[in-house]
Ligand binder design. Structure first.
Ligand code: GTP
Ligand code: MG
Length: 223
């Protein structure tokens, strides 16, 4: 092995897809099956990636508190998507139920939600994330400047973060949702009532929710 290759072998930066292809114990073409070693190992990588993102955001939260006496972040939540939700989403997207398709197409297996007091704080956090040396932003959706038809307002980033396991550095995708406390209040209610519809709600209730979203939008612009 040449000197350069040796160095590369030590801190190899590798995309998750490629990492799994090279790992004999993880067959990416396999069907997704919960409670198997392969499933647990892959989910472990997403869990670590979520923790990495949370830890970076907690540092920003504490830094603002200590140096500026300001709460730029109210709270941070994190979750790993359940296997049933993953499979349902893959079915709706007409994907093959393999790990390969899951890793390539499902971007929100690891999810982090950042709740900020004010709209300007949301944009401060976005700028700080963009400047982080070891986070790659791969997709951004600005539902704050342009809310969804439902009234949903939030800023979404799909990022890749390096996870250091098995003597390798693997890039794993995480979805970060950033929103204000008011937007979060609305989204949590609406999520239960409409976004994941198990029960029908009336047309007038659904119009009322859109109108509440507009009121929240005005509120956030005033604060
Ligand atoms: P999903 O397939 O639902 O994940 O949407 P997507 O892949 O097109 O991405 P998008 O960025 O639009 O939405 C990602 C996530 O944002 C969703 O999983 C929800 O958590 C949240 N979200 C998006 N739209 C709405 C909405 O209208 N209401 C609520 N409550 N949440 C939403
Ligand atoms: Mg989702």
């Amino acid at each position: 092995m040449k000197g350069k290759d040796k160095k590369k072998g030590k801190t190899e930066l590798i995309k998750m897809e490629n990492f799994l292809k090279n790992e004999n114990s993880l067959k990416v073409d396999d069907k997704i099956e919960k409670n198997t070693k392969t499933f647990d190992k892959i989910m472990f990588l997403y869990t670590v990636a979520g923790k990495e993102v949370v830890s970076k955001l907690e540092i920003i939260q504490q830094e603002f508190k200590l140096f500026y006496d300001y709460d730029v972040i109210d709270s941070i939540k994190t979750r790993i998507k359940s296997v049933d939700s993953i499979i349902n989403k893959m079915k709706t997207k007409d994907l093959e139920l393999t790990y390969q398709d899951m890793i390539e197409n499902i971007n929100d297996i690891a999810g982090v939600r950042v709740i900020c007091p004010l709209k300007k704080d949301v944009f401060s956090i976005i700028n700080l994330i963009r400047q982080m040396p070891n986070i790659r932003v791969i997709k951004e959706k600005d539902y704050i400047t342009k809310p969804k038809r439902s009234g949903y307002s939030s800023y979404h980033l799909i990022v890749e973060v390096p996870v250091n396991v098995l003597h390798k550095i693997i890039y794993v995708k995480v979805e970060i949702q950033i929103r204000t406390m008011a937007m979060d209040f609305w989204a949590s209610l609406e999520h239960k009532m409409i976004y994941k519809p198990q029960t029908e709600i009336s047309k007038s209730a659904s119009r009322e929710l859109v109108s509440c979203a507009r009121a929240i939008y005005r509120l956030d612009n005033k604060l």
